[in-house]
Design a protein around this ligand. Structure first.
Ligand SMILES: [Zn+2]
Length: 259
């Protein structure tokens, strides 16, 4: 028999499984993303109370699949934190859903990523705070690229390797990032201010990210840039992006589409 083990997790998705069970996608601290069966959760709401609601943070006991294939099983789950503010505010709900969708698309099953788990917990706590929630999600989007190994050199030319000088850079996602005017004179451009801001948000300690001053216009451009990066590397757009109210300074369609 596989041995059950304690873990922590955030519920990132769930659906019915057969007559009485639910299949829950968890992003866990120790096992990474796992699909886990919650036996009896559909038939009896009491079995897991509200523990399997989206974005809920859990202490749980997981039983791994036999022979290493198939689903985990949730033996028990206790709510460690929940975010009613996110469930009640539609824009916060979509922002948290975007984070879950990105984690689901960027991570492999059972590939532990403790730092990314901590980042997701931080992001949900920030989304639940009063005030602007999108900034924390921009931080999450930029840092997720780093965790996945796809963070671009934000301020260095992807073609010649030199530091990009001047106020603008050229989008060259096919080369992994951005280029200087000398190397890519004709391509669509983005401001160096936005790229330096994204570099700050991706690389500085989380406790410092609130220090960056960022205008609405810079925010909109930065959002478009990370969205384009995610779309390019995933090879598809991410559904939740379409639900979030965010002005776009640079027309999204101007960015190169995935090859
Ligand atoms: Zn160059």
């Amino acid at each position: 028999m596989p041995e059950s083990a304690k873990d922590q997790a955030i519920v990132i998705a769930g659906r019915d499984l057969g007559e009485s069970d639910r299949l829950i996608t968890l992003f866990t601290a120790l096992n990474g993303k796992v699909l886990a069966v919650a036996k009896g959760a559909k038939r009896s709401r009491k079995r897991f109370a509200n523990a399997l609601e989206p974005f809920t943070r859990l202490d749980l006991v997981l039983v791994p699949p036999r022979n290493g294939t198939g689903f985990f099983r949730i033996d028990s789950a206790e709510i460690k934190g929940c975010f009613p503010v996110i469930l009640e505010d539609v824009q916060r709900f979509f922002l948290a859903s975007l984070c879950c969708e990105l984690v689901d698309k960027w991570t492999r099953d059972a590939d532990p990523q403790l730092e990314l788990y901590r980042l997701l917990v931080w992001t949900f706590e920030e989304i639940a705070r009063p005030g602007e929630a999108r900034r924390a999600v921009l931080v999450f989007q930029a840092r997720l690229l780093g965790h996945a190994g796809y963070a671009p050199a934000w301020t260095r030319c992807a073609l010649c390797g030199n530091e990009i000088r001047g106020a603008v850079a050229r989008m060259r996602l096919d080369k992994g990032g951005f280029a200087c005017a000398h190397c890519a004179p004709g391509d669509g451009f983005v401001s160096m201010g936005a790229l330096k801001g994204l570099e700050f948000l991706q690389q500085r300690p989380l406790v410092h990210v609130g220090r960056l001053g960022i205008t609405d216009s810079q925010f909109a451009e930065s959002w478009s840039i990370v969205r384009a990066l995610h779309r390019y590397h995933l090879g598809e757009d991410v559904f939740s992006y379409g639900l979030i109210a965010c002005p776009t300074k640079t027309p999204h369609a101007a960015f190169p589409t995935p090859a």
